[in-house]
Design a protein around this ligand. Sequence first.
Ligand SMILES: Nc1nc2c(ncn2[C@@H]2O[C@@H]3COP(=O)(O)O[C@H]4[C@@H](O)[C@H](n5cnc6c(=O)[nH]c(N)nc65)O[C@@H]4COP(=O)(O)O[C@H]3[C@H]2O)c(=O)[nH]1
Length: 870
Amino acid sequence: MSKSSTRKLKLILLLTGINLCVLFFILWKETTPGTGNASIDSRVIGVVMFIVFALLFLLMGDLMRRFVILRRQSDKARERMHDAVESLSEAFALFSPTGRMLLCNSRWRQVYPWLDNLELERWDTFKEQLKPHLTHFEPVESEQPGSTSYVEHLDSGHAILASDSRTREGGLACVRTDITHTQKIEQKLRNLGRALEQSPASVMITNTRGIIEYVNPKFCEVSGYSREEAIGQGAGMLRSGEMPDDVYRDLWKTLEKGKEWHGHLLNRRKDGSLFWESASISAVRDEFGNCQSYIAVKEDITQQKEMEEQLKMIEAVFSTSNEAIMVADRDGLIKTINPAFSRITGYTLEEVQGRNPSILSSGRHEAGFYQDMWQDIMQQGCWSGEIWNRRKNGTIYPEWLSVSVVYDSEGNPSEYVAVFSDITQRKNDEAQIVRQAYYDELTELPNRTLLSDRLNLAIATANRDEQIIALLFIDLDRFKYVNDSMGHEYGDDLLKQVAQRLNGCVRNTDTVARFGGDEFVILLHNIKSEADASYVANKLIESLSTPFLLAEREIIIGASIGIAMHPGDADTAETLLRNADLAMYRAKQSGRNQAHFFTAAMQEHANQRMTLEQDLRHALERKQLEVYYQPIITGDSGDVKGVEALLRWHHPERGMIPPDQFIPMAEETGLIGSIGEWVLDTACQQIQQLAAAGHELYLSVNVSERQRDLGLDAEAVRAVLEHHNLHPSRLILEITEGLLLQDSEETVTWLQGFKDLGISLAIDDFGTGYSSLSYLKHFPVDSLKIDREFVRDLDSDRYAGSLVTAIISMAASLELRLIAEGVETEKQRLTLVSQGCRYMQGYLFCPPLPVDKLSSWLDNYRPTHCGMEP
Ligand SMILES: Nc1nc2c(ncn2[C@@H]2O[C@@H]3COP(=O)(O)O[C@H]4[C@@H](O)[C@H](n5cnc6c(=O)[nH]c(N)nc65)O[C@@H]4COP(=O)(O)O[C@H]3[C@H]2O)c(=O)[nH]1
């Protein structure tokens, strides 16, 4: 109520009071005797009362009008208030100080739907009615003083935030907000927050400028940076510098387009180490679509990458391996194979997938073999060994197989991995190595090594079991002739045939070995006596004497056999062999096609030879060697053209030893190298000495085949000639036919070296080496020396005569100079001269002489003095 209305109400009450006082005064006057002037007073009073009543009436009317207005205003205000309260999103109720509900809005009813008669509602009854619907109650700290806040959790699942505030008049204004949704969102947010914090993925949130605003613990764990270190940094803090810039450009482009970026990043930890992350980066936008921040969810995939790399590597190994790989499942059925498997077995993946590996079985192994193998696999988890398998095309091959078991997490076999390689080649190689190491390639007979092994074993067995063994050393008699004249191809064929015949003469238990060249050794086991060895030797000689068929020609060779026995002749394999060899040598010396048993005398002879060999080693330094010279003469005129240098050894005990006895020894021991050099040097020096004495002659020097191997070449000879100032045209080197028979490019080059210097070459002892015209053409030779054997028989043997005639005419056709050796008689000289042989040497003219004697001989020499007919 307004102040003026209050004032007017007070005035009405005053006037009413005055009126009542006047009324009481009138009543008192009327009833009380002695009071005069009553009518004046009554009129006055009446007037007063009239005025008062009039005033009262006016005032009352005004008051009524005002009351109506106020009432209307109040109603409006109430309506407005009701509307306002109704329009509240919160539930609202007002309780009077006495606890009566004054008003509430419809939300209040919605929140508390069980309240039906709200007019009768009171605070305490409201509380009572609430109780059964309240699951729990949660006090909340109120922000407004004088108000109480709490959350009511209703059985309907709703959470109601209640706030009760005292009104000024002592009532209660109750506000109820349904926070069920908010609470759910809060809960969700809380869960999300917790999820972020506990996330196994590393999460980073940046603002739009890329400045880190949040990182979760996983980020810190992976990167090594603490939250404090990371927040405020640019998102690029983890960049390793190892990624191409394109990746980051693509990342930002994708984000700018509003899309999510997925990719792998190679980042760097705080400690500098690199790690791979799989990242999903996206923009977080507000309701208007404006980018608020970026969120990166990343997973450390370093291990995965490493595994991928490893897988790639395994894949590469699997597909490129030369070894076949087969993976079988727990039931042993093939799951997969690699290309090498297909290469080796011939089966494709489609052909073997789901099948049992037994499709590869060769049938060569017994069932027990596979049982043992599987037992090992199951017990030890792996097996490896050699196994024979069958390819798709049916061929059987050896393989080296390794099988291992792959176990699952429970320790049960889940897969079987078999790796194998085809070892056919290796086996062949091994067999080849064994063959090469122990067998002769040509004849396929045991070689020296295997013979030696078997001999050692045989001696040991013989010693233990008191047995007798015999060793037969066989040398083919005319093999060199066949080989040189018919060629190596036929020589090889002959050796093979010999090997077959030898094998045919002995028992399977005996050993027939090729010792080298045309030498064979037979080991006879457990024989009764020497007679058995002799019997076999004769059988062998007889067999080898039977003609061989080579190039459709019947070839006759023979064999010399030396026999050594154990026990008796030697106790070791080496000595037994050496003694059999000595016996063979004796057999050869005694004429071909013979067998000889080893004797102590042979040993003696061998010892002597050994001593001689030792003496020869010192002969040069002890100045026991001397060069003799034999003049070479023109057969018809008797002019001395040159001399041949012939070596002599003056042995202090044995006297003069002929070169035939020590030159082969010098060749065998290699001493011929230094001896040959000495001979050339001495001869050059002495020929110049003779020249100085007025005898200008050419010099012929014998050169052994071995000297070539020991380093004698044109350069070495040139140095000697230069040293003695001897012109190369005055030197003839005599080489044996054997050297030419090798017919190698190497020999031609070697000889050509001398020719290029201007040195002449002569073939010594021509006719003994089965030479033929054809090969002579290949070599740069100038002269042939007819062997003295042919010259000796010249007058007595028609065959030799015709041979010499043939040699002479052949030399003429090749324009080769001829020198006949060993001319001893006038008849020989005349025959040779008459056939056209121009040069000769021999005792008829002069024996080999030391240089001083030769010098005297030359001084005194007159062609008529040597019996030469004019
Ligand atoms: N029966 C007979 N023999 C005669 C007659 N005239 C010469 N002789 C001998 O015939 C041989 C000729 O030498 P050769 O055929 O080259 O055969 C030589 C040669 O091949 C070799 N020889 C000698 N000295 C050397 C040398 O310094 N180096 C090399 N590598 N071999 C040499 O030793 C072989 C033998 O030499 P020698 O014993 O000196 O034997 C010499 C010589 O003394 C004769 O009228 N009647």
